[in-house]
Ligand binder design. Sequence first.
Ligand code: F6R
Ligand code: MG
Ligand code: MG
Length: 366
Amino acid sequence: MKTTISLIKADIGSIPGHMTVHPNILDLMEEEMDRAIEEKLILDAHVFNAGDDTELLMTHTKGVDSAEIHEFAWNAFVKGADEAKEIGLYGAGQDLLADAFSGNVKGMGPGVAEMEFEERPAEPILVFAMDKTEPGAFNFPIFRIFGDPFCTAGLVIDPSMHSGFKYTVVDVKEHKKIQMGLPEEMYDLLALIGHPSRYVTKYVHSKDEKRGITAAISTEKLSLIAGKYIGKDDPVCIIRAQSGFPAVGEVLEGFSLGHIVSGWMRGSHRGPLMPVPLEYSQCTRFDGPPRVVGLGFQLKNGTLEGPVDLFDDPIFDSIRQRCADITDFLRRHGPFEPGMLPLDEMEYTTLPAVLTKLQDRLEDWE
Ligand code: F6R
Ligand code: MG
Ligand code: MG
């Protein structure tokens, strides 16, 4: 039996402003999941939030891109958005860009990471969700986890990982994809994924066909779907760990820098990505800084045992402190780059509306 894991997320409203998800919304989503388990649509589920994003983690046997699963998630979000409107939450229904479901939730606003595989006898599953940033924010940790021997010792000393991994990268602007092998194409890969606003890591597979997929990341960009600034496309990721894949600790090591990402405050600023336990999954200072939460499970016949809150450990305190220090420094730049994003990345923010007002006053010069 092949198991599918679907992690589908949307910002359907939050409290206060864009800070965190209301407990009633999470309760409602849990009720929806329980009903779907009873009706045998899905095998298991876990509902959580990353900042203002509601995250639905589901296991089932219907494969990736299943219209049934996507429609169920869409309808759950619509119910959640109605409840959010009722309570008076901020941005209720924000990410639900379509009027009605049309076959696949991709391209309708929600973000999707999915993978299908034959379960190993013991199957560690890690899921990560970010808030106040963009899908390309996963490029850096994913590269470190699957491509950097200074992060993942197994690349050097585990014979089952020594031959490296296959990457799928998408160009989110031109809608193209490319497959590349690591380590042999590392420099070419970095030439793309070092530019995360455009080139986004979508999948990582083992080079051993039998092992199959190990990572899937959501790549939906709200602004490219809507053609204007809506909110940030806060991404999610699923990783299978251990036994020929990076160990859980090697995966977590990938998040140990607090690297600088785009999307903070009004989708227009750069900030350090702070790894936090669920308890601190709320964006506060300057609507941030950008955060990542991580949950760990063992999967057995589609049942999720867990979660373990992966960043709930004092070893991450020093990384969080560094993120706080970087936050102080970057915030002192105010509206200047690199605190604010470069002009071309501001295309889909509210800045162009301000700049248009000045167009008529611009005169020829020399
Ligand atoms: C960033 C984000 C927030 C909002 C900001 C303004 O991704 O969600 O920083 O952009 O709070 O929100 P509005 O325009 O809704 O007042
Ligand atoms: Mg929001
Ligand atoms: Mg968000």
